[in-house]
Design a protein around this ligand. Structure first.
Ligand SMILES: CC(C)(COP(=O)(O)OP(=O)(O)OC[C@H]1O[C@@H](n2cnc3c(N)ncnc32)[C@H](O)[C@@H]1OP(=O)(O)O)[C@@H](O)C(=O)NCCC(=O)NCCS
Length: 189
Protein backbone atom coordinates (compact mmCIF):
# COMPACT_ATOMS: atom_id res chain seq x y z
CA UNK A 1 0.00 0.00 0.00
CA UNK A 2 1.20 3.50 -0.86
CA UNK A 3 0.14 6.51 1.18
CA UNK A 4 0.31 10.14 0.20
CA UNK A 5 -0.98 13.18 2.03
CA UNK A 6 -4.56 12.67 0.81
CA UNK A 7 -4.59 9.25 -0.84
CA UNK A 8 -4.19 5.58 -0.22
CA UNK A 9 -3.22 3.43 -3.22
CA UNK A 10 -4.21 -0.09 -2.29
CA UNK A 11 -5.27 -3.50 -3.52
CA UNK A 12 -8.73 -3.82 -4.98
CA UNK A 13 -11.69 -4.93 -2.87
CA UNK A 14 -15.03 -6.42 -3.93
CA UNK A 15 -16.87 -3.25 -2.87
CA UNK A 16 -14.82 -1.16 -5.32
CA UNK A 17 -16.77 -2.74 -8.16
CA UNK A 18 -19.82 -0.49 -7.93
CA UNK A 19 -18.07 2.92 -7.90
CA UNK A 20 -15.59 1.59 -10.49
CA UNK A 21 -18.44 0.56 -12.84
CA UNK A 22 -20.15 3.94 -12.30
CA UNK A 23 -16.93 5.78 -13.16
CA UNK A 24 -16.34 3.66 -16.28
CA UNK A 25 -19.90 4.29 -17.48
CA UNK A 26 -19.50 8.09 -17.21
CA UNK A 27 -19.05 9.65 -20.68
CA UNK A 28 -17.00 12.52 -19.18
CA UNK A 29 -14.46 10.08 -17.76
CA UNK A 30 -14.38 8.00 -20.95
CA UNK A 31 -14.32 10.95 -23.38
CA UNK A 32 -10.87 10.00 -24.68
CA UNK A 33 -11.50 6.27 -24.91
CA UNK A 34 -13.33 4.61 -27.79
CA UNK A 35 -16.40 4.05 -25.58
CA UNK A 36 -17.71 4.05 -22.01
CA UNK A 37 -17.68 0.60 -20.40
CA UNK A 38 -20.63 -1.66 -19.74
CA UNK A 39 -20.80 -3.34 -16.30
CA UNK A 40 -19.57 -6.56 -17.95
CA UNK A 41 -16.56 -4.73 -19.41
CA UNK A 42 -15.77 -3.23 -16.00
CA UNK A 43 -15.92 -6.70 -14.44
CA UNK A 44 -13.54 -7.99 -17.13
CA UNK A 45 -11.19 -5.03 -16.57
CA UNK A 46 -11.13 -5.74 -12.83
CA UNK A 47 -10.30 -9.37 -13.52
CA UNK A 48 -7.49 -8.42 -15.91
CA UNK A 49 -6.19 -6.02 -13.27
CA UNK A 50 -6.14 -8.77 -10.65
CA UNK A 51 -4.30 -11.13 -13.02
CA UNK A 52 -1.77 -8.39 -13.81
CA UNK A 53 -1.07 -7.78 -10.10
CA UNK A 54 -0.71 -11.51 -9.44
CA UNK A 55 1.74 -11.84 -12.32
CA UNK A 56 3.86 -8.73 -11.83
CA UNK A 57 3.35 -7.79 -8.18
CA UNK A 58 2.12 -4.31 -9.15
CA UNK A 59 -0.65 -2.84 -11.27
CA UNK A 60 -3.42 -0.23 -11.29
CA UNK A 61 -4.01 0.35 -7.59
CA UNK A 62 -7.40 1.36 -6.27
CA UNK A 63 -7.18 5.00 -5.13
CA UNK A 64 -8.97 5.85 -1.92
CA UNK A 65 -9.46 9.29 -0.42
CA UNK A 66 -8.08 9.06 3.10
CA UNK A 67 -10.44 11.70 4.46
CA UNK A 68 -13.62 9.75 3.62
CA UNK A 69 -12.40 6.27 2.67
CA UNK A 70 -14.17 6.68 -0.70
CA UNK A 71 -12.94 4.81 -3.77
CA UNK A 72 -12.14 7.55 -6.30
CA UNK A 73 -10.54 5.65 -9.19
CA UNK A 74 -7.19 4.08 -9.94
CA UNK A 75 -3.59 5.16 -10.26
CA UNK A 76 -0.70 2.83 -10.87
CA UNK A 77 1.84 1.06 -12.98
CA UNK A 78 1.19 -1.57 -15.64
CA UNK A 79 2.81 -3.51 -18.43
CA UNK A 80 0.97 -2.69 -21.68
CA UNK A 81 -0.47 -5.75 -23.40
CA UNK A 82 0.16 -4.45 -26.93
CA UNK A 83 3.28 -4.03 -29.00
CA UNK A 84 4.64 -0.67 -30.08
CA UNK A 85 8.04 0.90 -30.71
CA UNK A 86 8.54 1.55 -26.95
CA UNK A 87 7.40 -1.86 -25.61
CA UNK A 88 8.08 -3.88 -23.53
CA UNK A 89 7.85 -1.18 -20.87
CA UNK A 90 6.07 -0.14 -17.70
CA UNK A 91 3.47 2.61 -18.03
CA UNK A 92 1.98 4.88 -15.41
CA UNK A 93 -1.73 5.66 -15.69
CA UNK A 94 -4.72 7.15 -13.90
CA UNK A 95 -8.50 7.42 -14.07
CA UNK A 96 -10.53 9.27 -11.46
CA UNK A 97 -14.26 9.81 -11.02
CA UNK A 98 -15.13 13.27 -12.38
CA UNK A 99 -16.22 14.72 -9.04
CA UNK A 100 -12.61 14.39 -7.82
CA UNK A 101 -10.91 16.12 -10.76
CA UNK A 102 -9.04 19.40 -10.50
CA UNK A 103 -7.66 18.97 -6.99
CA UNK A 104 -4.23 17.67 -7.92
CA UNK A 105 -5.13 14.16 -6.75
CA UNK A 106 -3.98 12.34 -9.91
CA UNK A 107 -0.63 14.11 -9.80
CA UNK A 108 -0.21 13.44 -6.07
CA UNK A 109 -0.90 9.72 -6.44
CA UNK A 110 1.13 9.38 -9.64
CA UNK A 111 4.14 11.05 -8.06
CA UNK A 112 4.12 8.35 -5.37
CA UNK A 113 3.60 5.61 -7.96
CA UNK A 114 6.59 6.89 -9.96
CA UNK A 115 8.70 6.89 -6.84
CA UNK A 116 7.61 3.32 -6.12
CA UNK A 117 8.53 2.29 -9.66
CA UNK A 118 11.98 3.78 -9.43
CA UNK A 119 12.83 3.00 -5.81
CA UNK A 120 11.14 -0.35 -5.16
CA UNK A 121 10.90 -1.86 -8.63
CA UNK A 122 14.24 -0.31 -9.68
CA UNK A 123 12.87 0.59 -13.11
CA UNK A 124 15.10 2.65 -15.34
CA UNK A 125 12.20 4.19 -17.26
CA UNK A 126 8.44 4.63 -16.91
CA UNK A 127 6.30 5.84 -19.80
CA UNK A 128 2.82 7.27 -20.11
CA UNK A 129 0.67 7.76 -23.18
CA UNK A 130 -2.68 9.14 -24.17
CA UNK A 131 -4.60 10.29 -27.18
CA UNK A 132 -3.35 13.66 -28.50
CA UNK A 133 -6.41 15.66 -27.35
CA UNK A 134 -6.45 14.47 -23.73
CA UNK A 135 -4.99 17.68 -22.34
CA UNK A 136 -5.89 16.89 -18.70
CA UNK A 137 -3.90 13.69 -18.75
CA UNK A 138 -1.04 15.31 -20.66
CA UNK A 139 -0.96 18.07 -18.07
CA UNK A 140 -0.53 15.44 -15.32
CA UNK A 141 2.39 13.94 -17.29
CA UNK A 142 3.95 17.38 -17.63
CA UNK A 143 3.51 18.17 -13.94
CA UNK A 144 5.35 14.91 -13.21
CA UNK A 145 8.15 16.32 -15.38
CA UNK A 146 7.79 13.55 -17.87
CA UNK A 147 9.04 14.57 -21.30
CA UNK A 148 7.63 14.09 -24.78
CA UNK A 149 9.58 13.71 -27.98
CA UNK A 150 7.17 14.14 -30.92
CA UNK A 151 9.20 11.47 -32.74
CA UNK A 152 7.77 8.98 -30.16
CA UNK A 153 4.14 9.70 -31.13
CA UNK A 154 2.40 6.53 -32.31
CA UNK A 155 -0.81 5.02 -33.60
CA UNK A 156 -2.37 2.89 -30.87
CA UNK A 157 -2.57 -0.64 -32.31
CA UNK A 158 -5.76 -1.43 -30.36
CA UNK A 159 -7.66 1.51 -31.89
CA UNK A 160 -9.07 1.18 -35.42
CA UNK A 161 -7.38 2.88 -38.30
CA UNK A 162 -9.05 6.21 -39.07
CA UNK A 163 -10.46 6.55 -35.51
CA UNK A 164 -9.86 10.13 -34.24
CA UNK A 165 -8.29 8.83 -31.00
CA UNK A 166 -5.80 6.52 -32.66
CA UNK A 167 -2.90 8.99 -32.63
CA UNK A 168 -1.14 8.98 -29.25
CA UNK A 169 1.58 10.97 -27.55
CA UNK A 170 4.23 9.25 -25.44
CA UNK A 171 5.87 10.77 -22.38
CA UNK A 172 8.86 9.29 -20.60
CA UNK A 173 10.34 9.57 -17.10
CA UNK A 174 13.74 8.15 -16.38
CA UNK A 175 14.97 7.13 -12.98
CA UNK A 176 16.32 10.10 -11.05
CA UNK A 177 19.43 8.07 -10.51
CA UNK A 178 20.03 8.24 -14.24
CA UNK A 179 18.67 11.67 -14.93
CA UNK A 180 19.61 15.24 -14.35
CA UNK A 181 16.30 15.67 -12.50
CA UNK A 182 17.16 15.20 -8.84
CA UNK A 183 15.19 13.27 -6.27
CA UNK A 184 13.86 16.44 -4.67
CA UNK A 185 12.56 17.67 -7.98
CA UNK A 186 10.85 14.38 -8.77
CA UNK A 187 9.04 14.68 -5.48
CA UNK A 188 7.78 18.12 -6.31
CA UNK A 189 10.06 20.04 -3.96
C1 LIG B 1 -6.63 12.80 -16.24
C2 LIG B 1 -7.18 12.84 -14.80
C3 LIG B 1 -6.79 11.57 -14.06
C4 LIG B 1 -6.60 14.06 -14.09
O1 LIG B 1 -7.03 14.02 -12.72
P1 LIG B 1 -6.91 15.30 -11.76
O2 LIG B 1 -6.84 14.80 -10.36
O3 LIG B 1 -7.93 16.29 -12.13
O4 LIG B 1 -5.47 15.84 -12.19
P2 LIG B 1 -4.66 17.04 -11.51
O5 LIG B 1 -5.61 17.91 -10.75
O6 LIG B 1 -3.52 16.44 -10.81
O7 LIG B 1 -4.13 17.82 -12.80
C5 LIG B 1 -4.98 18.13 -13.89
C6 LIG B 1 -4.39 19.30 -14.67
O8 LIG B 1 -5.10 19.44 -15.90
C7 LIG B 1 -5.48 20.79 -16.02
N1 LIG B 1 -6.69 20.84 -16.84
C8 LIG B 1 -7.93 20.43 -16.50
N2 LIG B 1 -8.76 20.65 -17.53
C9 LIG B 1 -8.03 21.19 -18.53
C10 LIG B 1 -8.31 21.64 -19.83
N3 LIG B 1 -9.54 21.52 -20.35
N4 LIG B 1 -7.31 22.15 -20.59
C11 LIG B 1 -6.06 22.23 -20.09
N5 LIG B 1 -5.71 21.81 -18.85
C12 LIG B 1 -6.69 21.30 -18.08
C13 LIG B 1 -5.72 21.23 -14.61
O9 LIG B 1 -5.77 22.64 -14.53
C14 LIG B 1 -4.50 20.62 -13.92
O10 LIG B 1 -3.32 21.32 -14.20
P3 LIG B 1 -2.76 22.49 -13.19
O11 LIG B 1 -2.51 21.82 -11.87
O12 LIG B 1 -1.52 22.96 -13.87
O13 LIG B 1 -3.82 23.52 -13.09
C15 LIG B 1 -8.73 12.94 -14.83
O14 LIG B 1 -9.10 14.08 -15.59
C16 LIG B 1 -9.41 11.72 -15.42
O15 LIG B 1 -9.63 10.73 -14.73
N6 LIG B 1 -9.76 11.78 -16.72
C17 LIG B 1 -10.46 10.70 -17.38
C18 LIG B 1 -9.65 9.44 -17.55
C19 LIG B 1 -8.41 9.66 -18.37
O16 LIG B 1 -8.44 10.36 -19.39
N7 LIG B 1 -7.33 9.03 -17.93
C20 LIG B 1 -6.06 9.11 -18.60
C21 LIG B 1 -6.02 8.22 -19.75
S1 LIG B 1 -4.40 8.23 -20.46
Amino acid sequence: MIETERLRLREWREDDWEPFARMNADPRVMEYFPAALTPEETAAAMERGRAHCARHGFGWWAAELKETGAFIGFIGLAVPAFEAHFTPCVEIGWRLAAEYWGRGLATEGARAALRYGFEELRLAEIVSFTTVGNVRSRRVMEKLRMTRNPADDFDHPRIAQGHPQRRHVLYRAISYQLSAIGYQELNGA
